[in-house]
Every structure is written in C-alpha cells, then in structure tokens.
Design a protein around this ligand. Structure first.
Ligand SMILES: C[S@@+](CC[C@H](N)C(=O)[O-])C[C@H]1O[C@@H](n2cnc3c(N)ncnc32)[C@H](O)[C@@H]1O
Length: 179
C-alpha cells in the first residue's frame, strides 16, 4: 500500500525527482544523504546524477524498503548507493563533515526526534553543505506534517543559515546551510 503511494507514476509527474534534485543543485561528484529515503524515490535518480564519482547514503529504519531499494540499485548497475538502516538522529555509518547535501524528503514529520535528526544531519554535512527539508504543511485541519516556521526556527537555533523557505500549496521546502 505504502509502496503504491510513494512510487505512484502520477507522483513522478507532479513531483519529478529529477526536477527536485536540480532545484537542490545536486551535481556530479556530490555526496548526498537521503534521510528517510523510503524505496528510493530520490536516492535512485540522485545516485545516477552524482555518478561516477559521487555517492548516495540512503538512510531509513525500514529494512523492507531498503532491501527493495538495493534491488533497484542493483538492476540499474548503481554501485554508488549505500543503504543504511538507522534512526535519523543517530547515523553512525556516515562520517562527520563528509556530506555535501542532506535531504529529508517528506520524512521529517515521521521522525520522533525532529531537532536531533536535523542536528545529526548538520554533523554529517561538511562546511558549506546544505540540508533540504521538504514536508507537508501541518495545519489545524491536517495534523500530518510539520510547521515550516518551527522547522526554520529549529534550523537557525542549531546554527544553520537559512537560504530559502518556499511554500507550494500544501507543502513547503527549506534550504539550510552549515557555515
Ligand atoms: C513518507 S515516507 C517518504 C519516503 C521517501 N523520502 C519518499 O519521498 O518517497 C517516510 C519515510 O521515513 C522513514 N522513517 C520513519 N521514521 C524514521 C526514523 N526514525 N529514521 C529514519 N527513517 C524513518 C519511513 O520508514 C519512510 O520510509
């Protein structure tokens, strides 16, 4: 069921992963960490985009999704994608200060420890590295999501500099930089 929603072809039309990655400025050679990667909606095109010299760390708590992701990566001959089973707030397999771009693509609202997860992403980013959060906007009527303003404030409190905050209908994106 979850796979049918997350991997729906209609989603690719509305929310093209390649367009998102271009918008984020992801390029050949980058090291990208996709936190709450699911079945690899962003991770697979990201690995293709950063190859052959770049690397993608795909982090999720759900081994079922990671196994599917590994199968997909294998079938596309992608050798630059590493799956990591881990909570978002303690990603031991990624060295500190090694990541160019970290992304939480519609996953932050699932994490029990939001602040700690953003702090962990900051630890893994190199100086000048950027964290992108895409999430549904939480409203009084739709509890599913997060508040863009609260996430922005949390990022600033953690010492990130705010690069942008964009709202598009029911979703938002925030770009934060580790200076
Ligand atoms: C809505 S899905 C988004 C998946 C993917 N980013 C996408 O857009 O297709 C949220 C993902 O967060 C993962 N997740 C939930 N809690 C997590 C945690 N504490 N640490 C890491 N991943 C988590 C879930 O297993 C799920 O794959």
């Amino acid at each position: 069921m979850e796979e049918a929603v997350l991997e729906n072809p209609l989603r690719r039309l509305i929310q093209s992963p390649l367009r998102v990655l271009k918008e984020m400025g992801v390029k050949l050679g980058d090291v990208l960490m996709d936190v709450g990667c699911g079945f690899g909606y962003l991770s697979i095109p990201a690995a293709e985009l950063v190859a052959p010299t770049g690397l993608v760390y795909s982090v999720d708590v759900d081994e079922f999704k990671l196994r599917k992701l590994r199968e997909r990566a294998r079938s596309r001959n992608l050798s630059n994608l590493r799956t990591i089973r881990s909570e978002a707030w303690k990603i031991e397999e990624v060295d500190s200060c090694t990541v160019d771009v970290a992304v939480m693509f519609f996953s932050l609202h699932h994490f029990e420890k939001l602040r700690e997860s953003m702090e962990e992403a900051k630890t893994k980013l190199r100086r000048g590295g950027r964290l992108f959060v895409y999430d549904p906007i939480r409203t009084r009527f739709a509890g599913h999501g997060t508040s863009a303003e609260e996430v922005m404030k949390m990022g600033i409190d953690l010492g990130f500099s705010l690069r942008s905050l964009k709202k598009r209908g029911l979703t938002y994106s925030i770009e934060l930089m580790k200076s």
